[in-house]
Design a protein around this ligand. Structure first.
Ligand code: PBG
Length: 323
């Protein structure tokens, strides 16, 4: 079709705007800490004072939401830091909500960053190996989510993939009068090599084994739909597909099947690939990032979780994708 730029914009089937963006942030203890993550240029582990600066800049750029990950000072086999009243995420949430009350603060609910072994649930070690203890882990996850909500989090995001965790978290929140707090469930989370750089960022690589007993096989799409159906039945308000770019088919089917608010997580490896290629001058970072996010929107994502959120918001103000 021969079209002018104005007409192309007018008939665009999909749009990209800053309203959809969520910026993940990593928070750690201390003061004036801004530790670079080697595999994710432009991403840092931040102490709370620096986190406030970063979040203020994000808000100024037009990013409406952040997703918090905590790096505790100490780890143990019960993930005590995850649900401590004065845990790093709990402190960060209080500081953010005080300073930036209109910023939507989402917290990642998982145990891996707080576990000395780096797994997302309690681990039972026995002579023949190890196992994740699914049901006992649910209590800890619910405690974690509750303590985030009590600190002022606007929404909780369980990412552990234990069976039954959405129901356990929903019940815990409702019992404490926090039924207004929505759950964004990492519903279809694949056991993906694209999480590699994140594990450096969050210091959460498993010390033994891998996450394939609780995360999904990249071979399976029907299973992803079943996982999403379960999370919705348990009370998820938003469902997430993760990673994003290599799983656009899943995103499209999840949106088409359930019609639920749907989030796509453009994970660390997706970010690092674009950064590395752009640093070599091989691709245009801005164009490739915007095109990727537009593809996620086209596939059905309402919410885009991306480490590039601040740049994206600025690029969109500056004209976005040429029509
Ligand atoms: C914690 C968690 C992970 C990510 C988000 N939450 C890592 C994992 O499951 O190993 C990955 C995010 C990213 O790669 O950007 N369970």
């Amino acid at each position: 079709m021969r079209q002018s730029a104005a007409l192309r914009r007018m008939v665009a089937e999909t749009t990209l705007s800053a309203n959809h963006l969520v910026l993940p942030l990593f928070v750690r203890g201390g003061k004036k800490q801004r530790r670079a993550i080697g595999s994710m240029p432009g991403v840092f582990q931040l102490s709370i004072d620096e986190l406030l600066k970063e979040a203020t800049a994000a808000v100024a750029a037009g990013v409406p939401a952040v997703l918090l990950f905590g790096i505790p000072d100490d780890k143990d086999t019960k993930a005590s830091g995850a649900y401590a009243k004065n845990g790093i995420v709990q402190q960060a949430v209080r500081a953010l909500k005080k300073e930036l009350p209109d910023l939507l603060v989402i917290t990642d609910v998982c145990l891996c960053e707080y576990m000395s072994h780096g797994h997302c649930g309690l681990v039972h070690e026995h002579p023949h190996g190890w196992e994740i203890e699914n049901d006992p882990s649910l209590k800890l996850l619910a405690r974690t989510a509750l303590s985030h909500a009590e600190a002022g989090a606007d929404m909780v995001a369980p990412s552990d993939m234990m069976d039954g965790r959405v129901r356990a978290i929903r019940q815990a929140l409702d019992q404490q009068g926090l039924s207004r707090i929505p759950i964004i469930a990492y519903a279809a989370k694949f056991a993906s090599a694209f999480y590699g750089p994140f594990r450096e960022a969050a210091e959460s690589a498993p010390k033994f084994g891998d996450r394939r007993s609780y995360q999904m096989s990249p071979a399976n799409a029907e299973e992803a739909l079943r996982e999403v159906a379960l999370d919705i039945a348990e009370g998820a308000d938003v469902v997430m597909v993760k990673p994003a770019l290599a799983y656009l088919d899943i995103l499209q089917r999840v949106k088409a099947t359930f019609g639920y608010p749907t989030a796509a997580y453009a994970v660390s490896g997706e970010y690092s690939m674009i950064k590395a290629a752009a640093a070599n001058g091989w691709i245009d970072e801005r164009a490739v990032t915007l095109e990727s996010l537009l593809a996620m929107r086209r596939a059905g994502a309402d919410i885009l979780i991306t480490y590039s959120a601040v740049d994206v918001a600025r690029w969109l103000k500056d004209g976005g994708i040429p029509a």
